[in-house]
Design a binder for this molecule. Structure first.
Ligand code: ZN
Length: 147
């Protein structure tokens, strides 16, 4: 599990520009390079890949990633292609009307070890979490935004 994520400022700005003009939850992935097995446990995010939200419930409080687009991102990364030099770092989504805290839906749906980033436009804040399978819990981690 990661202790820290270092993310390029343009990734965050780009995501905010999608989320700020959308009344629904928007979602995507951040790719880059991770050092999960090293003592530093740090992830570097440098590219944003947006995925459509195809939730059939209330999209203001729920997101479901379009499966084909999701697969396309995963295929480009070491998550699926072990030879790829690009790692899948984080899943990112917005809470248009809420706080940047994992919802019960997020907790029920979390599956993977990557970082979860949640952006709340109302308070202009992004928080980073890792997910612990065993305890079914999110833990906030430090996020540094870098130029
Ligand atoms: Zn959420």
């Amino acid at each position: 599990m990661f202790k820290e994520i270092i993310i390029k400022d343009y990734v965050i700005e780009e995501f905010k520009s999608y989320a700020d003009k959308n009344p629904i939850e928007v979602c995507g992935f951040v790719t880059g390079k991770c050092f999960a097995d090293s003592p530093v446990n740090v992830a570097y995010g440098n590219e944003l890949m947006m995925v459509d939200n195809i939730s059939t419930k209330a999209k203001e409080v729920d997101y479901v990633m379009q499966p084909q687009q999701m697969m396309n991102v995963m295929r480009e990364t070491s998550f699926i292609d072990k030879k790829s030099k690009v790692d899948l770092i984080a899943c990112i989504h917005s809470h248009p009307n809420g706080l940047p805290i994992p919802s019960s839906i997020d907790i029920n749906r979390a599956e993977y070890d990557w970082v979860y980033l949640i952006y709340a436009p109302k308070i202009d804040d992004v928080k980073a979490y890792t997910y612990d399978h065993q305890n079914k819990e999110f833990y906030e981690i430090t996020m540094h935004v870098q130029k």
